[in-house]
Design a protein around this ligand. Structure first.
Ligand SMILES: *[C@@H]1O[C@H](CO)[C@@H](O)[C@H](O)[C@H]1NC(C)=O
Length: 169
């Protein structure tokens, strides 16, 4: 009984430690990413079903101050970044405490509406949080995603090999 309890406790704590969406850093110059989470995406690639909205939480420790910061999302399609419009991109309205001070830990929570007009493709999503005062990124990260209507066949624009999702561009 005790063994079972320990096993359950252990697997819960492992889950906590490993919670988050896998990503690759692409130049988080002015911050350290503490945790990145996308709705229903504990493993890569994220599956984005058209018509749904996906929430993202990003917790970061700033290495430099900035009065404001701005979130930008791009789909990297054949190496070319195409912007994903966000309903709100000012992190001061997304949970971050502004002005952002050096050493502050903030969580920005934002949402990506996956429009039904988006093509069914696999791609990389590039997420940036810009430190507006510094003209540099707090955070830059990339994660693989598949946009799908659920039924239609998706077109792969990036070559993913098993276990090599982050070898690219
Ligand atoms: C984001 O954080 C909020 C508040 O902590 C939580 O309720 C929500 O489930 C989180 N969403 C994701 C996608 O992790």
């Amino acid at each position: 009984m005790l063994k079972l309890f320990l096993l359950v406790a252990l697997s819960c704590s492992i889950n906590l430690i490993w919670a988050g969406t896998p990503f690759k850093d692409c130049g988080s110059e002015l911050a350290t990413v503490q945790l990145f989470e996308v709705t229903d995406c504990p493993t890569a690639p994220c599956k984005f079903i058209k018509g749904k909205t996906y929430a993202m939480n990003l917790t970061f420790t700033a290495k430099a101050p900035s009065k404001t910061a701005t979130v930008a999302l791009h789909g990297v399609i054949a190496g070319v970044p195409v912007p994903f419009p966000l309903p709100e991109s000012n992190t001061c309205n997304l949970g971050a405490k502004c002005p952002i001070g050096q050493g502050d830990i903030n969580m920005a929570s934002f949402s990506l509406p996956v429009l039904t007009t988006y093509p069914s493709i696999s791609l990389y999503v590039k997420l940036e949080i810009k430190a507006d005062d510094q003209k540099q990124d707090y955070v830059c990260l990339l994660f693989p995603a598949t946009i799908t209507s659920g039924a239609a066949k998706t077109k792969n624009l990036v070559q993913w090999r098993k276990g090599k999702l982050f070898e690219m561009i």
